[in-house]
Design a protein around this ligand. Structure first.
Ligand code: 2P0
Length: 325
């Protein structure tokens, strides 16, 4: 039987999403901008015609428990309802992340699920509408519909909060991912951002500042100004983490080795290699660099970290439909 799978690549935000104005619809408090990466992706197939009497979800060949399956089921309703489908679904998903990377993200997972459900339901949504629906699964998934630099526009309602492609990033852009720790984080992004919005006195400043950063980074991308791109990326990420530190209880995802990695990035810059770091809701450090410098940067990091903690990524593409027999 021919099975159609959809592959979605993960993305790393350069201008961060950290807060919702509507929890249920996953409407963000600010717009964000990311780089899709080729090194980490998820492949998913959905079948509404399978011989299953309830939704059945396999992740990496393992049957998933009720909680994980319900999350997927709820999301699939966003396709079943408009398509008039009442049957149960068989969902098979595989995360492709280098061993021990610990970067299996909800971005590629939910984007691949959205793409596969779009095919299986026959809804045939265009990429913009698909990004809008992917958003309901996970905010960062909104951006994984497209490749390169992507903006998730916060919008004014649920109907206009979707992603738009900005630039394919094919101008010597790369990222070195430094895996500091691959264990699951103890405080989820969902919980962490909610608490930050509710309690951090810095939050108003974050919103004001990130809106400005977004305008400036888009200009830097337009001009292909790498230094500016990197400076804004590093600054925006640090501001997000500063906002979290102001939450009650304070929230910090950093580990000692995260700081070691950041210091090395600063050192490399001093030596004339342009590179800039960003961090998300975990201790891993992502180093934005020239793709042509990535091997050199990896070699320097390998003096401090193990080789399997270092992954070089290129800009990745948008959703891909794969056909296999
Ligand atoms: C981002 N992060 O822009 C930010 C920066 C983490 C730090 O989006 O609640 O899994 O499913 O919308 O998308 C991670 O949060 O959260 C995230 P939900 P999500 O990439």
């Amino acid at each position: 039987m021919t099975e159609k799978k959809v592959r979605a690549y993960t993305n790393i935000a350069l201008i961060k999403y950290w807060g919702k104005r509507n929890e249920e619809l996953i409407l963000p408090t600010s717009s964000s901008l990311s780089l899709t990466l080729d090194a980490f992706y998820t492949e998913t197939s959905v079948s509404f015609n399978a011989d299953v009497d309830q939704d059945t979800f396999y992740l990496n060949d393992h049957l998933q428990d009720t909680a994980a399956t319900q999350k997927v089921s709820r999301f699939l309703q966003l396709f079943r309802e408009p398509a008039g489908i009442s049957s149960s679904a068989l969902i098979k998903s595989t995360n492709f992340v280098p061993t021990a990377a610990g970067l299996a993200s909800s971005a590629s997972g939910m984007a691949a699920l959205a793409g596969a459900a779009n095919l299986a339901s026959g809804l045939d949504l265009n990429p913009r509408d698909l990004s809008l629906v992917a958003r309901r699964g996970s905010g960062s998934a909104t951006r994984s519909i497209y490749g390169g630099f992507v903006e998730w526009q916060m919008g004014t309602t649920s109907a206009d909060s979707y992603a738009v492609p900005i630039d394919d990033a094919s101008w010597d852009i790369g990222m070195v991912v430094v895996v500091v720790n691959h264990h699951e984080k103890s405080i989820s992004s969902r919980e962490g951002m909610k608490n930050t919005v509710a309690t951090s006195p810095f939050y108003a400043g974050w919103l004001e500042s990130t809106a400005k950063d977004l305008i400036e980074i888009k200009e830097a991308i337009r001009l292909q100004d790498f230094q500016k791109l990197g400076e804004i990326t590093e600054s925006n990420g640090m501001k997000m983490h500063g906002t979290m530190l102001g939450a009650n209880p304070p929230l910090s995802y950093w580990e000692p080795d995260s700081v070691v990695a950041m210091q090395l990035v600063r050192q490399l810059r001093k030596e004339g290699i342009p590179c800039y770091f960003t961090m998300d809701a975990g201790p891993n450090v992502k180093v934005l660099c020239r793709l042509s410098d990535s091997a050199k940067i990896k070699t320097r990091f390998a003096e401090v970290f193990q080789n399997d903690q270092l992954i070089v990524a290129k800009p990745g593409p948008g959703l891909q439909v794969l056909t296999s027999n």
